[in-house]
Design a protein around this ligand. Structure first.
Ligand code: HEM
Ligand SMILES: [Cu+2]
Length: 552
């Protein structure tokens, strides 16, 4: 047996041998599973820091003319909060952590195509976080996560640190995108055709393509900003002949695809969890897979919907408005397919399912306010108000973060070998779901009534609603403690998960939890698609327990 395994490893010559030292095993590891955990821990830490900045802002906004934070500190807080949530939390968790943990297992591979590059990508990430949070020492950036010139040209050295931080994350994203693309194209197990791939892999493939293609634009824009700030080369300063709108175009040419980098993997997570707990094939497999591709391509053609108030000619605005609304179609195709999967399913209401149902309601709501913002006549009024803050948190928090927690509750047993407590999971869900809506739903109203975003004081007419929002935001922050407690409890005394506690059918559940170093002793042979509940397993010579054991 040992010899047979040995030969199989030789045929996969690019796979690294097991590490022999602590440093190689846990610090500079090339194992995709260890790297995934490194991403989870690092982004988890940044999530706490960025969340604390949000709570500081809400403390300031609890009353109309509060003086807890100075206007400058408030500007720094939302700029670093937004930048960190986007680049240090959501993107690294969905790609670096979930992509690394799940994608190679689901395609039956022993690792990603370039394990060393994978390690390198990860190690660009902690320095980026240190630069971003360290920028507070010299005066953090104050022009929001979008850092529009000319304001971003005028600020202190902290803004240059922001440029370097985001540049590092950009390089890391580009490399990971390339790595994942090659892995998915070249390393799928025999028999795993494109239409036999799990939907999370489809989502990861499109996300990797976007990371690879789009992020280089951001890097170029950032380099321009850094060069202008350091050496005075006038790319963006209108006083010297540059164009601030140039920055906006390049920034959004990246950042609109980036919103799909932040949501497609969450779509993938939802598409894995639904069939498992509905015990039936996912409705519209191909529709879900191909709509991800459609969304990915369309995402390059809508960027200027962020710039309707930047003086674009009307004949430019119209196509951007129409194209943006068209993105709603493939997204709607997914939502209908998910609802149709639920329809008539033998539904098990586990914690991952709670978060999926939470995701479906909040993300759909955020998608609809997105269509409202896409309409030029409406956006002219909604732009730069709290309506936008409400919309973006419905999609990023209600979508991406709910998706992340769904995935965490679902794959935690695979990652750690132990179950999370279901009761605590449900308490976490209800606290988070209710306080999330209580925090962000009222922002739509005050936004439409005219409260501007990015301000530390406001007209007293918005006082009561803001106090309510702030109290809800503190409950929302506290709800995360329930998860932290659950995670610690599971690590110390959680029930052993076994190989396949949910009775799922994708390949990661066909191997032990946590997976062994080489993942698969023998590379599996795939015979059909992954969600055919009720039929024999579609893998040659793999026997797995498919019974779902309810967890009490
Ligand atoms: C406890 C949870 C959270 C609270 C209370 C919160 C609150 C806030 C507040 C008060 C602002 C600034 C509004 C302004 O003055 O313009 C803001 C901005 C922002 N937040 Fe959050 N937030 C939370 C979680 C998140 C998450 C999970 C994300 C995920 C990506 C996120 C992304 C952003 C972004 C991108 C901005 C825009 C920053 C800018 O204007 O440049 N937030 N948030
Ligand atoms: Cu956009």
């Amino acid at each position: 047996m040992q010899a047979a395994v040995g030969t199989a490893h030789v045929t996969h010559g690019h796979i690294h041998p097991p590490p022999d030292t602590f440093i190689k095993k846990y610090i500079f590891s090339q194992d995709h599973k260890v790297i995934a955990v490194q991403y989870f821990i690092t982004s988890g830490l940044f999530f706490v820091l960025a969340g604390l900045l949000a709570e500081m802002m809400r403390a300031q906004l609890a009353s109309a003319n509060n003086t807890l934070l100075s206007p400058t500190t408030y500007n720094e807080a939302y700029s670093v909060h937004g930048s960190a949530m986007v680049w240090l939390v959501i993107i690294p968790i969905l790609t670096g952590a979930f992509g690394n943990l799940i994608m190679p297992l689901q395609i039956g591979a022993r690792d990603v195509a370039f394990p060393w590059l994978n390690m390198f990508s990860f190690w660009l990430f902690p320095p980026a976080g240190i630069l971003l949070f360290g920028s507070f020492i010299w005066g953090a950036p104050e022009a929001g996560w979008t850092e529009y010139p000319p304001i971003s040209l005028e600020q202190s050295f902290g803004t240059s640190m922001w440029c370097m931080a985001i540049f590092l994350i950009g390089v890391s994203s580009t490399i990971t995108g390339l790595n994942f693309l090659v892995t998915i194209i070249k390393m799928r197990a025999p028999g795993m055709t494109w239409t036999r791939m799990p939907l999370f892999v489809w989502a990861t493939a499109v996300t990797a393509f976007l990371s690879f293609i789009a992020t280089a634009n951001l890097s170029a824009a950032l380099l321009g900003l850094l060069i202008e700030r350091t050496f005075g080369v006038p790319f963006y300063d209108p006083a010297k002949g540059g164009s601030p709108v140039l920055w906006q175009h390049i920034f959004w040419f990246y950042s609109h695809p980036a919103v799909y980098i932040m949501i497609l993997p969450a779509f993938g997570i939802v598409s894995e969890i639904l069939p498992t707990f509905c015990r039936r094939p996912i409705f519209g497999y191909k529709a879900i897979a191909y709509s991800s591709v459609a969304i990915g391509l369309l995402s390059f053609a809508v960027w200027a919907h962020h710039m309707f108030t930047s003086g674009l000619a009307p004949w430019v605005q119209l196509p951007f408005m129409i194209l943006t609304m068209i993105v709603g179609i493939p997204t709607g195709v997914k939502i209908f397919s998910w609802v149709a999967t639920l329809w008539g399913g033998n539904i098990r209401l586990t914690t991952p399912m709670y978060f999926v149902l939470g995701f479906l309601s909040t993300f759909t709501f955020g998608g609809i306010t997105g269509i409202m913002l896409a309409s030029v006549p409406a956006d002219v009024h909604e732009h730069a108000t709290y309506f936008v803050v409400a919309h973006l948190h419905y999609v990023l928090f209600g979508g991406s973060v709910f998706g992340i927690f769904a995935g965490l509750y679902y794959w935690w047993p695979k990652m750690t070998g132990r179950m999370l407590d279901e009761t605590l999971g449900k308490i976490h869900f209800w606290l988070m779901f209710v306080s999330f809506n209580a925090t962000f739903l009222p922002m739509h109203w005050i936004g439409l009534e005219g409260m501007p975003r990015r301000v530390s004081t406001y007209d007293p007419q918005y006082q009561d609603t803001n106090l309510f929002i702030s109290i809800s935001a503190f409950v929302l922050g506290a709800s995360m403690l329930v998860f932290a407690y659950n995670a610690i409890k599971s690590t110390i005394s959680g029930r052993e998960a076994g190989q396949n506690p949910w009775g799922a059918r994708t390949l990661e559940w066909m191997i032990p939890s946590p997976p062994p170093y080489y993942n698969f002793d023998d590379i599996p042979v795939v015979l059909s698609g992954p969600y055919d509940y009720g039929k024999p397993l579609p893998y040659r010579e793999i026997k797995a327990d498919l019974s779902y054991k309810p967890i009490v």
